[in-house]
Design a protein around this ligand. Structure first.
Ligand SMILES: [Zn+2]
Length: 146
């Protein structure tokens, strides 16, 4: 297992962007809205184009849980009330992709995909904010090709 050394920086960067986003635009008021959002993403061309496919993600309500979680083995995302917003859902969906032991959970591959997801499903401006926050907090998001 690769050490997940960027985790806390990634969370800090993300939180700093979340505080800038307007609630009405991006928070969901019901679990059903979250489910609809995930369905839309799963059925999209984007989902396949970034190599996400065939997951059939199910959403559970995360009652009594303080954190949002992706359970890759059962294709399930757990969403407590606070986590019902586009950015957190996208974050968890991106985790479904990188279940490999060779990349860190919040490593540069994850961050690159997450910026891409935010750009596609929230907006370009928000993706730019995220990229800026990554830079500010020293999060690495460029994937070297070799
Ligand atoms: Zn995460």
């Amino acid at each position: 297992m690769v050490r997940d050394s960027q985790k806390s920086k990634v969370y800090k960067a993300e939180r700093s962007v979340q505080t800038l986003l307007s609630d009405t635009e991006y928070k969901f008021t019901s679990l059903q809205q979250c489910i609809d959002f995930v369905c839309k993403i799963e059925c999209s061309k984007w989902y396949k184009s970034v190599g996400l496919c065939g997951h059939n993600i199910s959403i559970s309500d995360g009652r009594g849980s303080s954190r949002a979680r992706a359970y890759c083995s059962s294709n399930r995302i757990c969403l407590p009330r606070w986590a019902r917003n586009k950015m957190t859902i996208l974050h968890e969906i991106c985790h479904m992709h990188y279940t490999s032991n060779f990349v860190a959970s919040h490593g540069r591959e994850f961050c690159k995909l997450f910026i891409n997801a935010v750009k596609r499903w929230i907006g370009k401006e928000e993706a730019d904010l995220l990229r800026y926050a990554y830079k500010t907090y020293g999060v690495k998001y460029v994937v070297r090709s070799n």
